[in-house]
Design a protein around this ligand. Structure first.
Ligand code: CDP
Length: 230
């Protein structure tokens, strides 16, 4: 394989398998993984903690000049820091999941996060997952994937993830939350969830994690061979 370091974008709706796939692919390639959803979740957590209403656009946006979100590896696992505090677990609650979509729809929030995301990938060697990576953050990414899965499969996966963290929720409730968030993410004006025209579709409904990872790695390998041969 050539040593050229690619920028790989993985976008898609909630719980479609983006982050897990991106993390494992990055690990195998020795690339950096950036979970942009975790960055927006950290902002949403701060908004909730400050008692700011999600609809209070100006107050939310004014937080950005004094907010610092960082992603760091600790003992080999990725952690999310909000103003220096490790919030990796705190950002996965249903409350944060509800607040994150409106909060991430504000232009100033997106401007600050996108700036950070572009700095992280400036040298290449990155796998970034989110909603707007292939369309807004890295429209020139070397490879773009759009990962989808049926709503049932996604709701089951998310229910299992939440249960593993001690939050038991009925499947219906998880499913409705996901549907509402997707509709909101796809319908907003700022950087809506959208498949980039040149993205490769991956439907993970019936795929195992290992199959998803393999598919992406094989595509990367082909891409590197192609560019090496040029
Ligand atoms: O893990 P899950 O699929 O639930 O979502 P996530 O990737 O953690 O993202 C949480 C939310 O952040 C999304 O529903 C979007 O509202 C927002 N987000 C965004 O606006 N842009 C991104 N690049 C990533 C996430």
């Amino acid at each position: 394989m050539s040593s050229r370091k690619l920028v790989i974008a993985i976008d898609g709706p909630a719980a479609s398998g983006k982050s897990t796939t991106a993390r494992l692919v990055a690990g195998r390639l020795g690339y950096l993984h950036v979970d942009t959803g975790a960055m927006y979740r950290a902002i949403a957590l701060k908004v909730l903690r400050k008692g700011i209403g999600m609809e209070e656009k100006e107050r939310v946006e004014s937080l950005m000049s004094t907010t610092h979100v960082a992603l760091k590896l600790r003992d080999g696992t990725p952690r999310v820091f909000l103003d220096g505090e490790d919030v990796t677990d705190a950002i996965r609650t249903p409350d944060v999941s509800k607040a994150v979509s409106p909060v991430s729809g504000y232009a100033e929030v997106r401007r600050a996060m996108v700036r950070e995301q572009r700095l992280l990938g400036a040298e290449g060697g990155i796998v970034m997952d989110g909603r707007d990576i292939g369309t807004v953050v890295y429209p020139g990414a070397d490879l773009k994937f759009f990962m989808v899965a049926g709503i049932e499969a996604r709701a089951r996966r998310r229910q299992k993830e939440l249960a593993a963290k001690g939050t038991d929720q009925p499947l219906d409730a998880v499913l409705v939350d996901i549907q509402e968030r997707d509709a909101r993410d796809a319908g907003r004006t700022e950087a809506p969830l959208r498949r980039a025209d040149d993205a490769i579709d991956v439907d993970t409904s019936a795929m195992t994690i290992e199959q998803q990872v393999r598919f992406v790695l094989d595509t990367v390998s082909n891409k590197l061979q192609e560019s090496g041969a040029r």
